[in-house]
Design a binder for this molecule. Structure first.
Ligand code: CA
Length: 230
């Protein structure tokens, strides 16, 4: 499938040149000539990547970056006539992925678009964590495992199980103390009691490990805490 790029640029000649060049290189291109149109197109068109000119007639480019970042991780490559490094830092801080100063070479822009979309794709892949035959998507809050017939089946976790699992999985290889995990349970019944922790971890193993009685990934460190071993 062709990569869909949204080009946001108010100068007609530059907009046309970008659209022609990117189409010629295999991109599906949509264009917006001002910030309002850009925000609508970004929300409704679900582009794979956005090329954003910072100097627009109606909205500040920085505000567009922040608005898009409010709901999506779509890569944004900024085009700017301002070469100052302060602008560059501001744009990257606001959530842009890369920055190209005008005048630029189209091949360089295309290389940066490729890199930005590749990074975005691999980020998605990283959120899928495997425990044996179970695949966990932390961001999407889904767990899938292959059933006895080899067909994928959904596994349901409780909010508490997600809380504990998230702490463990985001610290691969690290010992997480009972106290740290119990603090995640604050507000739940029995949150100061480590036997509740044992219960929750046992439930997680039962749902996620291939052999719950001989866990290979959700490990107990006796007297200390728990460890997620990738
Ligand atoms: Ca402009």
């Amino acid at each position: 499938m062709r990569t869909h790029v949204l080009v946001v640029e108010d100068e007609p000649a530059m907009r046309r040149a970008l659209a022609l060049n990117l189409t010629a290189r295999g991109y599906r291109v949509s264009v917006a000539e001002d910030g309002t149109t850009a925000l609508n197109a970004a929300a409704s068109g679900a582009p794979d990547v956005i090329v954003l000119d910072l100097g627009l007639p109606d909205l500040d480019g920085m505000d567009i970056i922040r608005a898009v970042r409010g709901y999506s991780r779509t890569p944004i490559v900024v085009l700017s006539g301002r070469a100052g490094s302060g602008d560059k830092v501001d744009a990257l801080d606001a959530g842009a992925d890369d920055y190209v100063t005008k005048p630029f070479d189209v091949n360089e822009l295309v290389a940066r678009l490729r890199a930005a979309t590749r990074r975005a794709g691999s980020d998605d892949a990283h959120t899928l964590i495997r425990i044996g035959h179970t695949a966990i998507d932390l961001a999407g809050r889904t767990v899938t495992r292959s059933g006895p017939d080899g067909q994928p089946e959904r596994v349901t976790l409780t909010p508490t199980e997600w809380q504990l699992l998230e702490v463990l999985l985001t610290h691969p290889g690290r010992l997480i103390s009972q106290r740290q995990l119990l603090s995640e349970l604050r507000g739940q019944p029995g949150y100061t009691d480590s036997s509740y922790l044992r219960l929750y971890i046992a439930q997680l193993r039962h749902k996620l490990e291939d052999e719950p009685s001989r866990p290979r990934h959700l490990l107990t460190e006796p007297g200390m805490g728990y460890r997620y071993q990738p």
